[in-house]
Design a protein around this ligand. Structure first.
Ligand code: EPZ
Length: 436
């Protein structure tokens, strides 16, 4: 594989319309949820990104037939009567979210072996709440040779489960196991993200009995079996938020079609505090609805604290650090979800940003402009944040390891060009030098 990088010429302003597809962080779980019913499930508005391709491959290795119609942005998943139950390391190490097959396979097959994903660049990311939740439903779980082995030969039984932290992944795995468990399951301190609501809506359309979606208490009455379905994914609020912050940083005017402002309330409110105008855009016969962001001045610095939904999304941390790096004044940004998310700061400092971290706090003193430099993406959101920061830097910025961004942003460079700025992709000579 030829390693690519983004080449960003600073100084442009974003202007025009951009559409967001379905959400990566929902679609991956919706694809796993298809395992819960024999037959063909069809998902629509599926983003054409690396992660959906990896999930499709994982499902194929579990005996499913998966067709990704890129033209129609739909994926059809045909699940056999008895799918496989081993998710092997070479796929799981490429995408942590593979762990979300644990719950559905345990519920459908009564046993499952999933390679234990390691940590990544944003944190150690333990799975203790996934495991203790499934154990409360009656599963026996061991870790052997790097695999999580879970079994429940007699089937699962409903229970009350309290999560120490409203973990998205743990809520999803427990939910997808509980829908086929005997009796009532209550998940307390559950995650409330729009992606959780989307998963609940899909499971309900498969015949599941769930109440409390979007609240901290989910109640699931188990059923005998589920049926395949057709479901349209919720829009990607993190990609939509990225466009909103990029528009504001470049003093632009962007309409984000299919973006849901109600999924980004705090993030958009911070942009208003920074000096932007943000308005909802209603759908017409000609165009989808969404929201519009216009900025006609230098942003003002904004303090932010990241929290689980409905708090400020941790996945937008790089965007708020980037906008504060060219804002008027200084800001304090606090990360409460992932302990290593500030790795991004060192790369931002290479662009001349005045950023200092202390534990999970970061102080950013705004500068008039950043200065272009070679930097490296260490994860999906950091990569997108660096490309956007390059837009407000003098000269050229190159962002290596573009593949990180491909995991979450379909056609990022093309969409940026369509909004009037100079961002291209090129083979990374430095990567080649490294014998890659
Ligand atoms: C999901 O990760 C998203 N990933 C993340 O997006 C997102 O940042 C995160 O939710 C929070 O919104 C996907 O949906 C694929 P968590 P997840 O379980 O499920 C700790 C992106 O860029 N924890 O809510 O892994 C954990 O370490 C990615 O798209 C435990 O301690 O997040 C973290 O500190 C990055 N034990 C916190 O909880 C557990 O058993 C939140 O994690 C589970 C989690």
């Amino acid at each position: 594989m030829v390693m690519e990088r983004f080449r960003v010429v600073g100084g442009g302003r974003l202007s025009g319309d951009v559409r967001v597809t379905g959400a990566k962080n929902s679609v991956l779980k919706l694809m796993a949820a298809a395992l819960l019913a024999e037959g063909t499930t069809v998902l629509e508005d599926v983003p054409d990104i690396l992660d959906t391709a990896i999930m499709a491959e994982l499902l194929r290795r579990l005996g499913c037939t998966v067709e990704h119609d890129r033209g129609r942005s739909s994926v059809s998943i045909t699940v056999p009567a008895m799918p496989g139950h081993e998710a092997d390391y070479d796929l799981v190490r490429r995408m942590r979210a593979s762990i979300c097959v644990l719950g559905p396979l345990l519920a459908r097959c009564g046993q499952v072996s999933v390679a234990r994903p390691g940590g990544d660049n944003i944190g150690s990311r333990p799975l203790d709440m996934h495991i203790s939740g499934l154990q409360r439903l009656g599963a026996t779980i061991e870790t052997e040779h790097g695999n999580i082995l879970a079994s429940a030969p007699q089937g699962l039984a409903g229970a009350t489960i309290w999560l120490d932290f409203p973990s998205v992944g743990a809520t999803e795995n427990i939910l997808m196991a509980a829908v086929l468990a005997k009796g009532l399951t209550v998940i307390d301190n559950a995650a409330r993200e729009p992606e959780i609501v989307d998963l609940c809506e899909m499971l309900a359309s498969m015949g599941a009995s769930i109440s409390g979606a979007g609240t901290s208490t989910l109640e699931v009455e188990g059923v005998e079996s589920l049926r395949p379905t057709r479901h349209v994914s919720v829009p990607d609020r993190i990609v939509a938020g990225t466009w909103a912050y990029a528009a504001a940083m470049t003093r632009g005017d962007v309409t984000v079609r299919n973006g849901r402002p109600e999924h980004l309330e705090i993030a958009l409110d911070k942009l208003v505090t920074a000096g932007a105008q943000v308005e909802r855009v209603l759908a017409t016969d000609e165009a989808e609805g969404g929201f519009r962001v216009v900025m006609d001045r230098r942003p003002k610095a904004v303090d932010v604290v990241t929290l689980p939904f409905p708090g400020f999304a941790t996945d937008l941390l790089p965007m708020v650090l980037a906008i504060n790096s060219v804002a008027e004044g200084a800001a304090m940004v606090t990360e409460n979800v992932f302990e290593a998310r500030f790795m991004f700061v060192d790369e931002l400092a290479r662009l001349g940003a005045d950023v200092r971290t202390d534990g999970h706090h970061c102080v950013v003193r705004g500068r008039q402009r950043l200065s272009g430099a070679p930097v490296t993406a260490h994860d999906i959101r950091a990569g997108a944040g660096l490309v956007v920061a390059g837009l407000v830097a003098d000269g050229v910025t190159t962002v290596a390891d573009a593949y990180h961004v491909d995991r979450g942003y379909p056609g990022f460079a093309d969409q940026l060009q369509a909004l009037g700025v100079e961002v291209t992709r090129e083979p990374d000579p430095d990567a080649l030098l490294a014998g890659e």
